[in-house]
Ligand binder design. Structure first.
Ligand code: NAP
Ligand code: ZN
Length: 356
């Protein structure tokens, strides 16, 4: 039986070539284990744009209409009868996932992101209402309490929202690969993910080098915590770092020469890709074998680790640097993302949806 529903305001796109426009969507009334959240801020991730424009059609085709958004913070408005961790009035957050089976080996290991039955916040089958899940460009959302996170009360909400994707996606691989004191760490691409990676790598005590295609971001990179900044189009500057890195995080959203960065890794160095350009990347064998280098990927992070990351941010007062926009500017924001023109995350003030 389908649960009862209510209407929520949202922004959705009807096709890969349509803009996002105001709409009404159905949300379920909270069932036993659900938490209903009034969304206050939602970050804009480049993945929202890839999905809206169906750029990942080969791996994860988009179902329309799509309501993107997976960097959600807000206030609890209602809870189901079996909910124990949240009550109305609490601050709460939701990231990229809203469910998983909870029983597989990955879920048991706290790696819900790899569960074969994981449900993404948007564009995944909605087992409650049929159709597909709708994300955070909306005035409310209803989520199983296992996938609701706590926001430390000292963090500004607009800047806390991006932690739910840009934060955990950079925190998790750096923890996994042991980024810390004595390590030389590169961050490629100073966008939403990249600027969080710089903040975390700096907080973990590493020597941080930012690689950017945008020379005007140099000062910001240093302010965010970089020790050095390399303009990656400058071959001489790149050459100086050859064979010297322990770890590099690549957070670039578009096609680029990943080999240029593999060559900067030292013996046993690792390059982890979190950026997800649609086109395949060229990787010559010799770039890896000569120094026992490794090339890997990483996808967001599990729920427990996401809470750990939020608590770390609370303790170190870390949030994203955001440009707060009303939802009416979302299409313009997407065009600016494509020009690498964001400092360093757009965060949508969802109060702007009330006038729609
Ligand atoms: P973003 O804010 O748009 O940042 C991307 C940055 O990449 C830009 O600011 C720019 O930095 C650099 N860049 C853009 N085009 C480039 C080009 N042609 N050549 C070289 N550098 C270029 O995007 P984001 O939200 O941080 O997301 C980055 C990527 O990560 C996206 O592909 C997104 O889908 C993916 N992602 C993956 C996960 C995961 O779980 N693995 C999670 C979230 C997002 P500079 O100006 O400094 O060069
Ligand atoms: Zn994201």
């Amino acid at each position: 039986m389908h649960p009862t529903t209510y209407k929520a305001k949202a922004y959705s796109a009807g096709s890969a070539t349509s803009p996002l426009v105001s709409t009404n969507i159905n949300r379920r009334e909270p069932t036993e284990r659900d938490v209903q959240i009034e969304i206050l801020f939602c970050g804009i991730c480049h993945s929202d744009l890839h999905s809206v424009r169906n750029e990942w059609s080969e791996f994860m085709a988009t179902n329309y209409p799509i309501v993107p958004g997976h960097e959600i913070v807000g206030r609890v408005t209602k809870v189901g009868s079996a909910v124990t961790k949240y009550k109305p009035g609490d601050l709460a957050a939701v990231g990229c996932m809203v469910n998983s089976d909870g029983t597989c080996a990955h879920c048991k290991a706290g790696l819900e992101q790899f569960c074969p039955n994981m449900i993404l916040t948007f564009n995944s089958p909605d087992k409650h209402l049929g159709g597909f899940t709708y994300g955070g460009y909306s005035d409310s959302i209803v989520v199983d309490e296992r996938f609701v996170l706590r926001v430390p009360s000292n963090l500004k909400l607009a800047g806390a929202a991006p932690l739910l994707c840009a934060g955990i996606t950079t925190y998790s691989p750096m923890r996994h690969w042991g980024v810390g004191k004595g390590k030389k760490v590169g961050v490629v691409g100073l966008g939403g993910l990249g600027h969080m990676a710089v903040k975390f790598a700096h907080a973990f005590g590493a020597h941080v080098v930012v690689f950017t295609t945008s020379p005007h971001k140099k000062e910001d990179a240093l302010r965010l915590g970089a020790d050095e900044v390399v303009v990656s189009r400058n071959a001489d500057e790149m050459k100086k770092h050859e064979g010297s890195f322990d770890f590099i995080l690549d957070a670039v959203s578009a096609d680029h020469d990943v080999n240029a960065y593999l060559n900067l890794l030292g013996v046993n160095g690792n390059l982890t890709l979190v950026g997800a350009p649609a086109e395949p990347l060229d990787v010559p064998a010799f770039s890896l074998i000569v120094r026992r280098r490794s090339f890997s990927g990483s996808m967001i992070g599990g729920i427990a680790e996401t809470q750990e990351m939020l608590d770390f941010c609370g303790a170190h007062n870390i949030t994203a640097d955001v440009e707060v926009i009303p939802i009416q500017k979302v299409n313009e924001a997407y065009e600016r993302l494509l020009k690498s023109d964001v400092k360093y995350r757009f965060s949508i003030d969802m109060a702007s949806l009330k006038s729609e």
